[in-house]
Design a protein around this ligand. Structure first.
Ligand code: ATP
Length: 320
């Protein structure tokens, strides 16, 4: 029987993580299960950085971005000795099970702990929407809102100056944030790991839009880690009749008060995590598929290919 559970946030922070911590804490306490907050992800397990959680520990955090518990990366957590020390610390604290809120790296850590006897449940907390086994991750909708608000502003200014704005958004090798932003903002072009990148093709298309179609401005949304956007903007100025400008949205995409959708998602997923642990299930991750909350083994999620976005790329093409 589960008497005490831990909760931690790991990897990059995402808006809605606080809502998930709150849901896990309150639902567990209401179920008669004690809750311990672990500070700074797996590092907090290693350093026994624990905080007993009460109902009021999670008051007034629902609408706050970031994570109350702090997040960290601990590359050494891949080592068995480090994991064993963490298990010892958890047992000393009387923690029987753990909710890990983070990305796929954090899931791997959760799987390792489960195999060593501490049941863990993973919740997908990342703005990148890059986790298989779920249609949506906690934080994606808020980051999308930030991208859309900012690109809308850029469009105002770029249309006054015959500019081409090249906007780099996050996504960690997943094109969703770029694709959804491009559709929602009516961008002229989207470049993601899924579309591939050919500089000559991009310049050719912009030349066509500027000269043949006589567009006054153009917005290009591009995923991070694809090319040097400043260099691309310079080439746009040289080779097309647009004045190229690069904007890297950067870490503002991680911040801000979570949207209602992210708060709902985090609350529903937090509930599922506690229910699974109370049932004695570990090594699973929670997802939302066709608006139904479900769970699958972490191992299966890590091996599963992500759902195809072909229909959304097609939609983008049909809207341009
Ligand atoms: P995001 O990519 O959205 O920032 P993430 O959870 O994927 O989130 P990572 O930096 O990949 O971020 O992983 C977070 C932490 O999870 C790592 O610092 C490490 O402590 C742990 N971790 C990652 N990979 C493994 C692994 N293979 N085995 C055990 N632990 C791991």
């Amino acid at each position: 029987m589960v008497r005490k559970i831990g909760v931690l946030t790991s990897g990059g922070d995402a808006p809605g993580m606080n809502a998930a911590i709150r849901a896990v804490t309150r639902i567990a306490l209401n179920n008669g299960v004690e809750v311990v907050g672990v500070h700074n992800g797996y590092r907090g397990l290693l350093e026994s950085n624990f905080e007993p959680m009460s109902r009021s520990s999670v008051s007034e955090i629902l609408d706050k971005g970031g994570t109350k518990l702090g997040s960290a990366r601990l590359p050494e957590f891949r080592e068995e000795e480090v994991q064993d020390q963490c298990i010892k610390n958890l047992k000393r604290e009387g923690i029987d099970a753990l909710v890990v809120i983070g990305g796929d790296g954090s899931y791997r850590g959760a799987l390792a702990l489960t195999r060593k006897g501490i049941n863990c449940i993973g919740l997908p907390g990342t703005i990148d929407n890059d986790i298989p086994g779920t249609d949506l991750t906690i934080g994606f909708d808020t980051a999308l809102r930030t991208c859309v608000e900012n690109v809308d502003k850029l469009r105002d200014t770029s249309s006054s100056h015959h500019r081409c704005s090249i906007v780099e958004v996050m996504g960690n090798r997943c094109g969703d944030l770029a694709l959804y932003t491009a559709i929602a903002c009516g961008a002229e072009m989207v470049i993601t790991p899924e579309t591939g990148y050919d500089e000559l093709e991009v310049l050719e298309k912009l030349r066509y839009l500027g000269e043949a179609v006589r567009k006054n401005h153009a917005i290009v949304i591009i995923s991070e880690k694809i090319c040097d956007v400043d260099a691309l903007a310079k080439k746009v100025s040289l080779k097309t009749n647009f004045s190229g400008r690069a904007t890297v949205l950067g870490h503002i995409q991680r911040g801000g008060s979570p949207t209602a959708q992210d708060r709902m998602l985090a609350s529903r997923m937090g509930e599922k995590a506690v229910d699974l642990l109370v049932e004695g299930i570990g090594g699973h991750c929670v997802g939302i598929i066709d608006n139904q909350i479900s769970s699958i083994p972490i191992q299966e999620a890590l091996e599963r290919p992500r759902k195809s976005r072909k229909h959304l790329y097609r939609l983008f093409d049909r809207l341009v």
